[in-house]
Design a protein around this ligand. Structure first.
Ligand SMILES: Cc1cc2nc3c(=O)[nH]c(=O)nc-3n(C[C@H](O)[C@H](O)[C@H](O)COP(=O)(O)OP(=O)(O)OC[C@H]3O[C@@H](n4cnc5c(N)ncnc54)[C@H](O)[C@@H]3O)c2cc1C
Length: 443
């Protein structure tokens, strides 16, 4: 396709990637149609009604370095909607919650001997000073940490944290992924005396999606919800359209934004080498139990749970990031768990999951009673986080597929960054510049 000519682009998926790509393409003067299988937009950043407003199904926050997201919000006249707040982070180990954010917290972390606490701190400092992640992606995060933070701090702190996030894959994760996480969090501590400042959209992520949809429609873009794409039609190595409800919808370019396993169901004729690259990407799934409570659980925003018996790995008390006043003075808490997309948790009933999670919460907070829960919700997604193994950059599937005019962009393309709205927005802009012309913004 001549990328200065006006094109018709069909986008599959109305999560942040699909909608950001639509918005940037429209600004360049292209025609855009977005197709979303769910009844609403939002994807993994989707929301549900709570106390007269909306809350995200999975916890969401912003780091101060997330300028791609913040700039987009400025364009949408939402600059005033972002707020930052210093929050407390904790680490639950052997029946106690330890503060776990500042250098002082690390020094007072008694489960480790003092020499191991120092090594833990020095390892993190060393990682923050690294500029070039390419040089470390050959090594696993765990090997790097054992070398630089010591075996004991790995056993008590890092290994449980990696297991929480990546389950059985915990020792295969690239050190480059961890580097990115540590650097992102360092930025969020700058100016906060070591305490983390986390951000949130005070009007809820729904407002961001509402404004994006409004801007897309204002520029002539079309959005179809409840419109599952059943197939991507390919003839002689070129995409010829998408099929929804048995009808072929033609266009010049297709951008697919769903996770890879769902994409593979849509295209039957991909060259074998590219298909193998796609199939090699493995995913972790997510389960979040959301609780609505009359009382706060604690004053921590985030508590990592280092306890192999716990059914969840993190407690995120949302109303310690944003005031409970926004939710009729109720306190909202996420209990989160990551597991392989094949894990049996995805075939368990929501009632069972809720029962297990809330029962364990009583062990962590003995004063908490399941009866204190006014309302609860369980959300699950099998493909929420790609597993970034060592040397992932060498096998990462290209966004430009070998099928002419067919592109794929999703969280598997964000490496070494962790999946977040900011990275998806930046990648969507890059892809649009690539296929839609670099210098013809705002015509
Ligand atoms: C537990 C958890 C915590 C998170 N925390 C944060 C955080 O703190 N900060 C942050 O920035 N990000 C966070 N994220 C990540 C963020 O939510 C995702 O990175 C982001 O939403 C991904 O957007 P996406 O558009 O790439 O994919 P998705 O949101 O998955 O969108 C893909 C869309 O495609 C649609 N689709 C799939 N198949 C079809 C089809 N055949 N036809 C039509 N439509 C289809 C889906 O319904 C979906 O809406 C978190 C995610 C999880 C799970």
């Amino acid at each position: 396709m001549n990328n200065s000519a006006k094109m018709t682009v069909n986008i599959i998926g109305a999560g942040i990637t699909g909608l950001a790509a639509a918005y940037f393409l429209l600004k360049k003067g292209h025609q855009v149609n977005v197709f979303e299988s769910a009844p609403e937009v939002g994807g993994l950043s989707g929301f549900f009604p709570v106390e007269g407003t909306y809350l995200e199904k999975y916890y969401h926050h912003i780091f101060s370095g997330h300028t791609g997201l913040i700039d987009l919000m400025k364009e949408l006249n939402m600059a005033e909607d972002v707020m930052f707040r210093k929050v407390k982070t904790g680490f639950f180990y052997e029946n106690k919650v330890y503060p776990f954010a500042t250098p002082k917290d690390l020094l007072l972390f008694t489960p480790l001997k003092i020499k191991d606490r120092l090594r833990l701190g020095l390892g993190s400092l060393k990682m923050m000073r690294i500029r070039d992640w390419q040089g470390m992606e050959n090594e696993s995060a765990l090997d790097w940490l054992r070398k630089h933070s010591g075996a004991e701090s790995c056993r008590i702190v890092w290994e449980p944290l990696l297991k929480m996030k990546f389950g059985d894959n915990y020792d295969r994760i690239s050190a480059a992924w961890l580097w990115n996480r540590v650097v992102d969090r360092k930025k969020s501590k700058e100016g906060g005396g070591g305490k983390e400042a986390m951000g949130y959209i005070r009007t809820g992520y729904k407002k961001l999606f509402d404004e994006l949809v409004e801007a897309i429609r204002r520029q002539g873009g079309e959005l179809h919800t409840g419109a599952a794409i059943e197939k991507i039609s390919v003839e002689k190595g070129k995409s010829t359209g998408i099929i929804s409800n048995g009808n072929l919808i033609a266009g010049d370019v297709i951008i697919a934004t769903m996770p890879i396993p769902s994409f593979l169901h849509l295209v039957s004729s991909l060259p074998l080498e590219y298909k193998a690259r796609l199939s090699a990407v493995k995913y972790q799934g997510s389960t979040c139990v959301v609780l609505k409570l009359k009382q706060a659980l604690s004053d921590y925003y985030w508590i990592n749970i280092s306890d192999p018996r716990s059914p969840f790995v993190g407690i995120i008390e949302h109303t310690n990031l944003i005031s409970p006043d926004y939710y009729g003075n109720r306190h909202l808490v996420y209990l989160t768990k990551y597991s392989s997309s094949e894990d049996r948790i995805f075939s368990r009933s929501k009632d069972d999951i809720y029962r297990d999670f809330s029962a364990y919460l009583e062990k962590i907070f003995p004063e908490f009673r399941a009866a204190d829960v006014e309302q609860s919700w369980v959300f699950q997604d099998r493909f929420s986080q790609p597993v970034f193994v060592r040397n992932y950059s060498k096998t990462m599937p290209d966004m430009r597929t070998p099928v002419k005019d067919l592109y794929i962009l999703n969280t598997a393309h964000l490496y070494p960054e962790s999946r977040c709205l900011n990275s998806s927005i930046i990648k969507a802009r890059t892809l649009v510049d690539d296929i839609g012309g670099k210098n013809d913004d705002n015509r």
